[in-house]
Design a protein around this ligand. Structure first.
Ligand code: GLU
Length: 321
């Protein structure tokens, strides 16, 4: 049964190395053109130092193939992509029932740092992929997993031992994150979080400041595609249920208030971050990571969206294709 399922979800196996590489090269070309339309985030001052024209794309497959193009050696901070890692840890250590007692699983239709709907419409965050939801998730793991454990977990599930904390970005965001603090205090006032606000904000901001490459994100995409098992070592790193929940929430909520349009036009589980990264999952056998710090008006990588759309069309990756 399981092997039937995996075969049905297989996407990469139908393509030769050359076909995959030329799709990646062509996507990169379009990504480079698109980058000039976006702007780099500056509300966290350190992020404003990124080169807006930088673009990189990386694909990994479960049979060990790697196709890359462009600026794949650049390290950048995960920002909201780290919400996937925090949610994974929360699901593993606290279980889905407990996690979803504190945070919902509905798209918000609001900006990632919105506070209004939290106060007026609901007494808990819409989902774990927006700031209020992720700060809540951090509060659920903080007594179980200090940041060093989270960093080890990130290294493990991204299969990248070189992942580190970017201290400059961390300090830059800590000096400017009044809005996230406001969200955290509101959550505490409503009893959604019960832990120390400063500690939750510190953990949240450190997670956002984890430095990765497009390759690290592609590896995480492949782990999720493969149901939580490292396809090369065959080691199970997260539970199948965790991988399933995360992919579903990435699909419905991973691109902020652009998630619906992205699901129609691209249609694979993807999570973006204002550092310019995209983490995407294709079928059961492919992970995709991209970098492009020039963002659209919703905070998603301009080049990343264009490259993912091209790959999905060219390789027929949309989940309903
Ligand atoms: N650290 C960023 C913030 O809290 C993450 C935002 C994002 O990537 O969406 O504003």
């Amino acid at each position: 049964m399981e092997s039937d399922y995996r075969q049905r979800g297989s996407k990469a196996a139908a393509f030769t190395d050359e076909q995959l590489q030329s799709a990646v090269d062509e996507a990169l070309e379009l990504g480079r053109q698109a980058a000039s339309k976006g702007t780099v985030a500056t509300y966290i001052p350190e992020l404003g130092k990124a080169r807006p024209e930088a673009v990189g794309l990386y694909i990994v497959t479960d049979d060990g193939r790697k196709c890359k193009a462009g600026d794949t050696g650049i390290h950048f901070t995960m920002q909201s992509v780290s919400k996937v890692i925090s949610l994974a840890m929360a699901l593993e250590v606290r279980g889905a029932d407990e996690v979803f007692r504190h945070v919902g699983m509905e798209p918000s239709g609001e900006a990632f740092n919105s506070i209004v709907e939290l106060d007026f419409q609901r007494n808990m965050p819409y989902n774990p992929m927006i700031n209020s939801g992720a700060i809540t998730v951090e509060s659920l793991i903080i007594d179980y997993k200090p940041f060093d454990d989270m960093l080890d977990f990130a290294r493990k599930i991204c299969m990248d031992p070189e992942i580190t904390l970017n201290r400059q970005v961390y300090l830059s965001e800590m000096a400017t994150c009044d809005r996230n603090r406001a969200i955290a205090y509101l959550l505490k006032s409503k009893g959604v979080i019960t832990t120390n606000v400063d500690h939750s904000i510190e953990l949240y901001t450190k997670m956002c400041s984890i430095n990765v490459t497009a390759h690290s994100l592609a590896n995480l995409g492949l782990l999720l595609a493969n149901g939580g098992i490292d396809p090369l070592t065959k080691e199970r790193l997260i539970k199948p249920e965790t991988a399933k929940i995360i992919k579903t929430i990435m699909l419905t909520c991973g691109m902020y208030d652009g998630s619906g349009q992205y699901a129609v036009e691209v249609g694979i589980p993807t999570k973006s971050g204002v550092g310019g990264g995209l983490l995407a999952v294709a079928g059961t056998d492919m992970g995709i990571g991209s970098y492009g710090p020039a963002l659209d008006e919703k905070g998603n990588s301009y080049a990343g969206k264009v490259m993912l759309k091209y790959l999905v069309d060219k390789l027929k990756l949309h989940i309903f294709d």
